[in-house]
Design a protein around this ligand. Structure first.
Ligand SMILES: [Zn+2]
Ligand SMILES: [Zn+2]
Length: 146
């Protein structure tokens, strides 16, 4: 996975596209710029924001772009059960917190544990991730107190 740090500004975004060998097009530039602003966004949110500058842009086109961005390591995907996946600019390894009410996703600076010795005989474990689930501050404030 490509580590993208300090990816801000259009020049930096153009450079990132060139670094991974993707042709710089208006739509790619806009979509990656939206993601470079930070956060975890679903396809609809990305499409809506990028469309404001581009005029026309379909979510199908955004899906295609995100697929290329993922293949080249520019962008990472986070799956949310029962909700559309969210995408973010790839960065240093981190874990995620997921709000079980509104689906908000936040980065957590933590490392995933290795499986206990002998727990997965004959496996070659390549990756692990932790998802902390609960109520985000906003949903906590609205939750009825028992
Ligand atoms: Zn929430
Ligand atoms: Zn993240």
């Amino acid at each position: 996975m490509a580590v993208v740090e300090e990816l801000t500004g259009r020049e930096a975004v153009i450079q990132r596209l060139r670094d991974v060998g993707l042709r710089v097009t208006g739509p790619r530039l806009e979509v990656l710029t939206v993601l470079a602003a930070g956060g975890h966004l679903d396809v609809e949110a990305i499409t809506t924001t990028a469309r404001e500058r581009l005029g026309t842009l379909t979510s199908q086109a955004v899906y295609e772009m995100l697929r290329h961005f993922q293949e080249t390591g520019l962008v990472s995907k986070f799956d949310r059960p029962g909700l559309p996946a969210v995408f973010e600019i790839s960065g240093p390894v981190h874990q995620h917190a997921l709000c079980v009410v509104c689906g908000r996703v936040e980065n957590v600076d933590a490392t995933a544990p290795k499986p206990p010795r002998g727990a997965l005989p004959a496996w070659q474990v390549e990756d692990a991730e932790i998802v902390f689930k609960g109520l985000c501050p906003g949903c906590r404030a609205e939750a009825p107190t028992a």
